[in-house]
Ligand binder design. Sequence first.
Ligand code: IP8
Length: 259
Amino acid sequence: MILIKLGGSVITDKASYLTFRGNVLSRLVDEILYSKKDIILIHGAGSFGHVLASKHNIQNGYSNNIQIPAVAKIMEDVRDLNLRVTRVLNERGLPSASLPPSTVATLKNGELDRLDIDLFYHYLQLGICPVTFGDVALDSERGFGICSGDQLMEILAKEFRPERVIFVSDVDGVFTADPSSDPDAALMGTVDWETLEKLPRTTRCADVTGSIFNKIETMLRIASWGGDAIVLNGNIPGRLESALRGDVVKGTRVRGSTL
Ligand code: IP8
């Protein structure tokens, strides 16, 4: 089984509210189709989630009633994005089923507390690709919170022990600094727990689920549960497909210790 996360920065324009990158998604889905393996697909929320979530501080839970319509609107927006994703999957020949965290997961103090894993097993058995995504979810302590794609990746990697974990990003991999602002930023071929400390603790756009540093920390934990883990650039045609074929591609290998 292969676990793939399509980052919100690839399938949307993260800086601009509700901007979908449909052509990129269609191409990536065609590349995924080359793999004949079972796939669980996760996608980020991008500009369908982070812009409003950041404006209303949804990640820290309930603080006032003004947040309530924003919570509902974010759920609507990320479902809109998810519907666009599953529609492309179905049209291109990869039957898929949507499993929104707002209905199949709950949080406790911001941590993923419960996920209906059986549903993922059942859909896979039927030959249907389960698709889940960054969403708002109920939180038993805080009322609500953000369930990120990375949190879902972690629990699914732990449960399914995928042979390969692929993070599809909008850059070539993990850099020593932010490549959009620092010309000296260098691509790292591998990250492990030792190199983590040297990485930038910055973030580029409104992102309620943390900095690049936090994301890499999560990736390292995810890599500990799965086999081969890589971050690659989904904007480069063919790179995802090559990785799925098992070719050595440009990207950053993530080496977590085996748990
Ligand atoms: O894009 C965030 O999920 P991510 C979900 O996977 C929302 O970090 C609603 C902002």
